[in-house]
Design a protein around this ligand. Structure first.
Ligand code: HEM
Length: 443
């Protein structure tokens, strides 16, 4: 192993600034599975092969716990689905899953369309946009609308402000240096974060109270919050205020930066590869002027573009588990308590499955499906992403509306973007800007 790969701090910097190269190099020099230790957290046994991913995803749920400490625990709260273990995780996941079924998702289509069209109008009037913040605005507004259900514009502004303050207050040092999570009187980053969390929780509690008073329904339509308030665990018990708030914060955190980053990669590659863009534009031209959103489910190339964007640069580059019992992993003994992980960047460039993996080729998804341990942008097994269908649906609606209505040109198209760690996702290392003008009035 090179000196560079032997220093924990240098390793962490290398992994955060060039994850694809870092994981490829270490797998090359160590074989698979390979061990890694970063300055925070325990040594982890990683795999980048479909065989390794299969062993992890196929193992019984009780084999694994979530890894702790989790750098984003303070954002989520101890009752978050992401941090729950065993039977409690199973029960709450079963409770939450119906919130993301097909009909429910489609009931948010109208809101997504409205929000995207409002944002498009703003880009049009400016003539340009920066991809990452623009996609973040859309996905933040969408997730707030879906989770809390605010449609009143003034109220929406207040909610966006409180959620944005809460997310921004959790700075990188707080995430990476747990010793900073201490309050010095009422000052400093931790105190600021606590204030922002308190303000958001007060707002969520207000909304929970309003939903309880209004009497809920579990029908499609209505916010996730209003449904969660009336859902019952198998023993007939509902969730407490604190449990509901933690799950709502989890959906807000997990459900917007991820989708925004995936959309940025999709738009980047569409405008980098004119052949791909032309093919998508052709497919979208089959839609009528004010198409029904159900029609986008029938567009195979649009779906292939979303999948290829999630393959080429997986937004969440590692999937982690902690062993709750001794386990044989890739033929080797792994003790209870060991951390095991999948390096998705390696899995998604495995040459046996993905020839020319560095090329953006949506065609590889046409008429071909991949196994869950070959293509795993949303993880897998008992802890697979709760919002996967929601994310894909949102990506399709956003891309159909943006590509259908706008002529977009990347400013500086020659610049090559590669993934780096940005908050909780792997986004482009450069600010991607584009010029826009109207194509045709549609949407
Ligand atoms: C492109 C967008 C997204 C990507 C790439 C993504 C990816 C992931 C990944 C890799 C995991 C870990 C899975 C595992 O450990 O096996 C995860 C978990 C999770 N995601 Fe997502 N996600 C996205 C969007 C969303 C959205 C929109 C929501 C909610 C509205 C969401 C909610 C969650 C939750 C609650 C979990 C925890 C599941 C559990 O522990 O059982 N995600 N996501």
């Amino acid at each position: 192993m090179s000196i560079l790969l032997r220093s924990l701090t240098l390793q962490a910097i290398y992994a955060a600034t060039n994850p694809e190269k870092f994981f490829a190099k270490i797998q090359q020099s160590e074989g698979d599975p390979f061990k890694l230790k970063f300055p925070i957290g325990k040594e982890t046994l990683f795999t980048g092969t479909p065989e390794g991913a299969k062993e992890l995803f196929d193992a019984p749920a009780k084999t694994f716990d979530p890894t702790l400490p989790n750098p984003v625990s303070p954002l989520l709260g101890e009752n978050s689905l992401i941090l729950l273990k065993g039977e409690r995780h199973k029960q709450e996941k079963e409770l939450l899953m119906p919130l993301f079924h097909g009909g429910m998702m489609r009931s948010y289509g109208g809101s997504i369309r409205e929000i995207v069209n409002e944002e498009i109008d703003q880009w049009r009037s400016k003539g340009c946009l920066t991809l990452a913040p623009s996609m973040q605005t859309i996905t933040l507004r969408v997730i707030i609308r879906a989770v809390i259900g605010v449609t009143n514009k003034e109220r929406e502004k207040t909610v966006i402000l409180k959620v944005s303050r809460f997310l921004a207050a959790y700075t990188a040092p707080l995430m990476l240096l747990p010793w900073m999570r201490k309050q010095a009187w009422n000052y400093g980053p931790w105190a600021e974060f606590q204030k922002a969390k308190k303000a958001l929780d007060a707002l969520l509690n207000q909304e929970i109270e309003l939903a309880r008073k209004a009497g809920g329904s579990t029908d499609d339509g209505g916010s996730l919050l209003s449904k969660l308030v009336f859902m019952r665990l198998p023993e007939g018990i509902g969730l407490s205020e604190a449990e509901i708030s933690d799950q709502l914060r989890t959906l807000l955190v997990a459900g917007h930066e991820t989708t925004a980053t995936a959309l940025v990669w999709a738009l980047y590659y569409l405008h980098k590869y004119p052949r791909v863009l032309e093919r998508l534009v052709r497919e979208l031209s089959s839609l009528g002027a004010s198409f029904n959103l159900d029609e986008i489910e029938e567009l195979p190339y649009l779906e292939a573009v979303c999948n290829e964007a999630l393959r080429i640069h997986p937004v969440v580059p590692i999937i982690l588990r902690s062993l709750n019992e001794d386990f044989t992993f890739r033929g080797a003994f792994a003790k209870k308590g060991t951390n095991i992980g999948i390096a998705t960047t390696l899995l998604h460039s495995e040459p046996r499955i993905w020839p020319d993996a560095k090329e953006f080729t949506p065609e590889r998804f046409l008429g071909k499906s991949y196994l869950p341990y070959e293509f795993a942008p949303f993880g897998g097994g008992a802890r697979r992403c709760l919002g996967a269908n929601f994310a894909i649906y949102e990506m399709k609606v956003v891309l159909a509306l943006v590509i259908g209505q706008l002529d977009m040109r990347l400013i500086d198209p020659g610049k090559r973007a590669r993934p780096v760690l940005r908050n909780i996702t792997m986004g482009p290392n450069i600010a991607l800007k584009a010029k826009v003008k109207s194509k045709i009035a549609k949407g």
